[in-house]
Design a binder for this molecule. Structure first.
Ligand code: AMP
Ligand code: GLY
Length: 443
């Protein structure tokens, strides 16, 4: 079986790492991949958003299954294009991809099917939105309707900040056409958790839960990022809460997909706020989370290929997902300056020094020729390779450790993080620490 994974970040490294363990795969490709993915798959120099290039490669190489990592190619319709070429695709089609590509589409879906979420109103006119400033009080939640690389949500603390955000979104168009429509929501308070689910036309199955840390600095300070670390399982999940999520969110969502003719096949990532009134949906994404995947797949026992094939063939109900009892913690190492501007090309040291069983998932990395006479960056020795791994993105690596307890996994992750270095490296010291956002105490 020939499998192609599309994308080149930490999430795709985790997917490739897990797929590579399947005995049924003869050839595993990744487009474009990165320096870490190259250890488990053949990297192809085609960008994840080059739909035409990927279709041509899949056709030429007779790919059996394509797995789509990021949201942008999904929203571009890569699934529909590949399916036309006879390739099985794990990842929703363009119609279903609106669940992430349009907040307004998702809010209407949730309202129509009585799925708990924040109340909302939508605006396409800047003056009308200015007049409505503070409609739900403060903080005021403003969301660009379209895809904005995870940055399209503004939580304005007061009227002045809200007006400035409206001017930036609709006047200066800082998110481009993504904010031609803006969704305003009630502000929800509670604890956030991410739930990733496998979905086919008949079945929705949650994976193990995970907790993401979105802000750049410790104690949830500083600007939002793609995610600075995760742990799994989430510590807020009681059996009672899982049952509520199943009945109030997962079951009505699947019924809603069926009623609306949304033939979703892939991962539905549900951002939840656990409020005093129970769980509510903050957002849907239609792909694996990054870096949630780096914690969740590290704990998966089942063969991921079997799950992917079952989803594409609407046989998900036949699969019983199996998980390790171990807990996982993933700490992201980022470039200095991220999520603002940052330099690339910094040599990464210590990649070969981590303990067995600790997984270093690469996100923004690539190979670079090292000067004559230098040591190999991977083994820090004169192995003759002379190829170093350098930084090539904002989030560079995710160090995932497993442990019999949450504390053990956390200690192991940080112990190994300390062995890796590159100029300007920054990471949060509090990933996995149970704080206000991630405790059972909702106060
Ligand atoms: P989203 O991209 O929709 O997940 O929003 C990004 C982040 O904004 C979420 O992870 C929450 O922390 C916050 N957020 C979004 N919507 C709300 C809301 N209605 N109430 C409170 N916080 C929110
Ligand atoms: N970690 C959040 C996301 O993947 O959207």
């Amino acid at each position: 079986m020939k499998v192609l994974v599309v994308g080149g970040g930490g999430r795709e490294h985790a997917i490739c790492w897990k797929l590579a363990q399947s005995p049924k795969i003869d050839e595993l490709y990744c487009a474009p991949g990165n320096a870490g993915i190259a250890a488990v798959a053949t990297c192809i120099a085609i960008g994840a958003e080059d739909v035409e290039g990927i279709c041509k490669f899949a056709e030429d190489e007779k790919i059996d299954l394509a797995v789509i990592g990021p949201e942008v190619p999904l929203a571009m319709g890569i699934t529909d294009a590949l399916e036309k070429k006879g390739v099985k695709v794990f990842g929703p089609n363009q119609k279903c991809s609106q669940l992430e590509a349009s907040k307004s589409f998702t809010k209407a879906f949730l309202a129509r099917h009585n799925i708990p979420t924040a109340g909302y109103k939508e605006f396409t006119d800047q003056d009308a939105l200015m007049d409505a400033v503070g409609i739900y009080g403060y903080p005021m939640v403003l969301k660009a309707d379209g895809l904005a690389a995870g940055k399209g949500v503004v939580i304005a603390e007061n009227e002045a900040d809200a007006k400035q955000a409206i001017e930036e979104m609709m006047g200066q168009k800082v998110f481009g056409a993504a904010a031609d429509k803006v969704v305003v929501e009630e502000f929800l308070t509670g604890v956030e958790a991410s739930m990733l689910c496998f979905v086919d036309e008949n079945t929705i199955v949650p994976m193990q839960s995970a907790q993401d840390y979105k802000r750049i600095f410790d104690e949830d300070k500083g600007p939002n990022t793609g995610g600075m670390g995760t742990y799994s399982p989430s510590l807020v999940f009681t059996p009672q809460l899982a049952q509520q999520i199943q009945e109030r969110i997962l079951e009505p969502t699947l019924r809603g997909f069926q009623e609306d003719g949304l033939d979703f096949k892939g991962v539905l990532f549900i951002g939840l706020m656990i409020t005093e009134d129970g769980p509510k949906v903050i957002e849907f994404n239609n792909r694996f989370g990054d870096p949630e995947t780096q914690s969740v797949l590290a704990r998966m026992e089942s063969d991921l290929l079997d799950v992917f094939l079952a989803v594409t063939e609407n046989r998900l109900s036949e699969i019983k997902l199996e998980w390790k009892e171990d807990r996982a913690v993933c700490v992201v190492l980022a470039s200095g300056g991220y999520p603002g501007s940052y330099e690339k090309g910094k040599l990464i040291k210590g990649l070969g020094d981590v303990d067995e069983g600790v997984i270093v998932f690469h996100a923004g990395t690539k190979f670079a020729e090292m000067p004559e006479g230098s040591k190999c960056a991977a083994c820090d020795d004169d192995c003759g390779l002379k190829q170093g791994v350098v930084t090539a993105g904002g989030r560079v690596l995710g160090v995932t450790a497993l442990g019999a307890t949450h504390e053990e996994a956390r200690a192991k992750a940080y112990d190994n993080v300390k062995r890796i270095s590159f100029e300007g490296m920054q990471y949060r010291r509090d990933i996995g620490i149970v704080n206000k956002r991630s405790s059972n105490n909702l106060q």
